[in-house]
Design a binder for this molecule. Structure first.
Ligand SMILES: Cc1ncc(COP(=O)(O)O)c(C=O)c1O
Length: 392
């Protein structure tokens, strides 16, 4: 067993390679860097079933994560969330099988824990002592918690109308909260301007290479939980898109290792809100890059990302897998959130409600067939959106 199987970082646009032993932001081309592993050696050294027998948590996928085995991760017990079968809702929507990867059980109540655990672990391993992040809500809370866990500082920049619980959790964990009169891309600009003065490493989505690797573990777990195979369709609530890219990368890597029963990708569906749908728009227009979505508004705060750094990569995955992209109105996604709670007992975030509504819409047009297996995500706990919950 080697200490690390991470060989290098690769620019997602130019394929230029970079060494792994120092902190990196975007590539010199201004594009995300992605991790490359020595998969041939992992295939020789690691037994798939031995990974399944390891103690629970995302760090049991150690060989497919960037942190060397000799370094201790910054962890709060993230990963190994349930894959919930939803038979009553599947019947109501008219699909054969429907699963929810329930990320509401993560530390800090959302899937952001995985990416932040990976990013903070790698950055502190490489010497960082402070972090800054632009956030639509949940990522900021997660960063504040993991920074506290690592004994580091966290500067969290959020739009001033971010859900109140996301603001309070940052303060609770001892983070510094910066309220910004603007949206997440404005927060991102402020992080870039202020990070040096703050002595902070910028952990914006895809502006550093390791959050993606943490999110990848959702895909590794899904394949394992399904008996080392993939569903027909993966429906993903897309803001910055790291989760979607992570699940795709997980399936690519497990296929290359020969750990899957069938080496194929599911069709990936990007779900956004009608009030902020840059990827949906770009997909419909046949573009390779998304334009800034003007006056972005939606109650599904995690989807309020008017311009994603990884737009090209997301569009590539959707097209490469014969997927699609769909936008849902706020009223419709809130009704679907309530339907999910009442039919399956899953208290979901509105972003997950958008996915339920998207499955209904795609089933109605026949894009999803009646005999297909569909997998989607509850990316965060519904209780974090208390102000949106029905009062009667
Ligand atoms: C609950 C929730 N769902 C979905 C998303 C979007 O995730 P991604 O950035 O991976 O597209 C976010 C991001 O803030 C979120 O908080």
């Amino acid at each position: 067993m080697r200490d690390s199987y991470l060989t290098h970082l690769r620019c997602s646009a130019t394929n230029a390679t970079f060494e792994v032993d120092r902190l990196h932001g975007l590539s010199p081309a201004g594009r995300p860097l992605v991790c490359e592993y020595d998969l041939a050696s992992i295939a020789g050294d690691v037994d798939r079933d031995a990974v399944s027998r390891r103690p629970r948590g995302m760090w049991r996928w150690r060989e497919l994560l960037p942190l060397p085995a000799s370094a201790a991760p910054v962890s709060l017990g993230e990963g190994d969330t349930p894959l919930l079968d939803a038979p009553r809702l599947a019947a109501a929507l008219g699909v054969r099988k429907l699963w929810f990867k329930d990320e509401s059980l993560e530390p800090t109540g959302s899937f952001k824990a995985r990416g932040i655990s990976a990013a903070v672990s790698m950055a502190t391993h490489l010497g960082a002592r402070g972090f800054a992040i632009p956030s639509a809500g949940n990522a900021g809370g997660a960063l504040a918690a993991y920074a506290a866990r690592a004994g580091c500082t966290a500067d969290v920049f959020v739009p001033a109308d971010t859900p109140i619980i996301n603001q309070r959790e940052v303060l609770l964990y001892g983070g510094r909260l910066h309220l910004v009169d603007g949206l997440i891309h404005d927060c991102g600009r402020m992080v870039a301007e202020q990070r040096e003065a703050l002595g902070a490493f910028d952990v914006s989505t895809l502006k550093e290479p390791y959050r993606l690797e943490g999110k990848k573990t959702m895909g590794l777990e899904i394949c394992e939980q399904l008996g080392w195979r993939v569903p027909d369709v993966v429906v993903y609530p897309t803001g910055g898109g790291t989760g979607l890219l992570g699940v795709y990368a997980a399936i690519e890597q497990l296929s290359a290792l020969g750990w899957l029963r069938h080496a194929r990708q599911p069709r990936f569906v990007v779900v956004q809100a009608t009030g902020c749908a840059p990827i949906v728009r770009a997909f419909a227009a046949g573009q390779h890059e998304a334009e800034l979505f003007p006056d972005a508004q939606t109650c599904a705060s995690g989807l309020r990302v008017p311009k994603a750094v990884g737009d090209r990569m997301i569009l590539e995955v959707v097209r490469a897998t014969a997927g699609t992209a769909i936008a849902i109105d706020d009223e419709v996604l809130m009704l679907a959130t309530a339907q999910l709670a009442a039919t399956e007992g899953i208290c979901a975030c509105p972003e997950a409600g958008a996915c339920v509504a998207a499955i209904a819409a795609l089933r109605a047009t026949g894009w999803i067939g009646a005999d297909e297996e569909v997998l989607t995500f509850n990316t965060g706990a519904g209780t974090k959106y208390a102000e949106l919950l029905p009062a009667s």
